[in-house]
Ligand binder design. Structure first.
Ligand code: PAF
Length: 293
């Protein structure tokens, strides 16, 4: 493989689509099951938990590191998004990953910084994150579709932190009859409850301490709803609390887990989701929960 290198226990580093395809073909010919974890790099313990799950279900693990321009809005942080390749490779060299795919933008989008053909999952993509980040899920679904076509994994692993993204991918795979199993992994949290995210690194010291209040508020909402309190009141109260602390709340909502629709009476598997800004940093979080009969 021309541009693939393999040092000691470090994973193979593939920079081209051809290199990935050739390697995966060899593994498949040997009857090996391939798991895939797509990332935008700046790896943290949350990503490592996805890789751990991938390792448990397959013989080979492929991770991609690609900051996808197509999923960033014009005023978003594409240019500033942390690119930490050396530190990421250090994390990945702990022996659990077989290949890292690190394409350039031109490799993924020859000619343009986006794709002429796009993948849209309109019903799920138009609400919540999709309302606040127009085009975001088209960018995600399109790049994940392309990555799936390149890696052709048997299984792909996503975090529940980006719950709406997870549902978009599950829907896409089902609708497009892609022979890929999607596995999800629970959100990893810092000791104070803040959901791990590459964007947490943007928070200054004061806001980093404040940020954990999102999780605390969501925990309170879940506890109160499970105890029979009025969801609308609890959501309103949580929104006010975050507001008073200096957050700009985009939404706090209680939805059905399976499709993020407004729950109907009798729906038991619910999720509370939130998005809020602290200064220039936008944070999202959620807690899935069950109501008893
Ligand atoms: O969750 C992410 O890091 C990205 O949205 C993904 C799935 C790697 C697509 O670019």
């Amino acid at each position: 493989m021309s541009s693939v290198s393999h040092q000691e226990k470090s994973p193979l580093v593939a920079r081209t689509i051809d290199d990935v395809r050739q390697q995966v073909k060899l593994w498949k010919q040997a009857g090996e099951r391939v798991a895939f974890v797509p990332t935008m790099g700046n790896l943290h313990a949350g990503h490592l938990s996805l890789i751990e799950a991938a390792r448990k279900t397959a013989d080979r693990v492929v991770v991609s590191i690609f900051v996808n321009p197509m999923q960033f809005g014009e005023n978003e942080d594409f240019d500033d998004y942390p690119r930490t390749f050396d530190a990421d490779m250090h994390e990945l060299s702990k022996g659990k990953v077989d290949m890292v795919f690190v394409p350039t933008v031109v490799e993924m989008y020859p000619g343009e910084a986006s794709s002429a053909t796009v993948v849209d999952v309109p019903k799920l993509s138009g609400i919540l994150e999709g309302e606040h980040r127009p085009g975001f899920f088209i960018g995600v679904a399109t790049v994940v579709n392309k990555l799936f076509n390149i890696v052709q994994p048997d299984v792909a692993v996503f975090g529940e932190k980006d719950f709406q993204q997870l549902l978009v991918i599950i829907q896409m795979v089902s609708d497009l009859v892609m022979p890929i199993e999607i596995q999800s992994v629970a959100t990893m949290r810092e000791p104070d409850g803040l959901a791990m995210s590459s964007r947490n690194g943007y928070l200054d010291e004061d806001n980093r301490i404040l940020a954990a209040n999102i999780h605390r508020c969501l925990q309170h909402v879940v506890k109160a709803i499970v105890a029979g309190e009025n969801p609308n009141y609890e959501v309103g109260h949580a929104t006010q609390l975050l507001d008073d602390l200096g957050f700009l709340v985009d939404y706090i909502v209680v939805r059905r887990q399976r499709d993020l629709a407004v729950p109907k009476s009798g729906d038991k598997s619910l999720i509370v989701l939130a998005a809020a800004r602290l200064g220039s940093v936008r944070l999202i979080d959620n807690i899935p929960f069950e109501l008893e009969d």
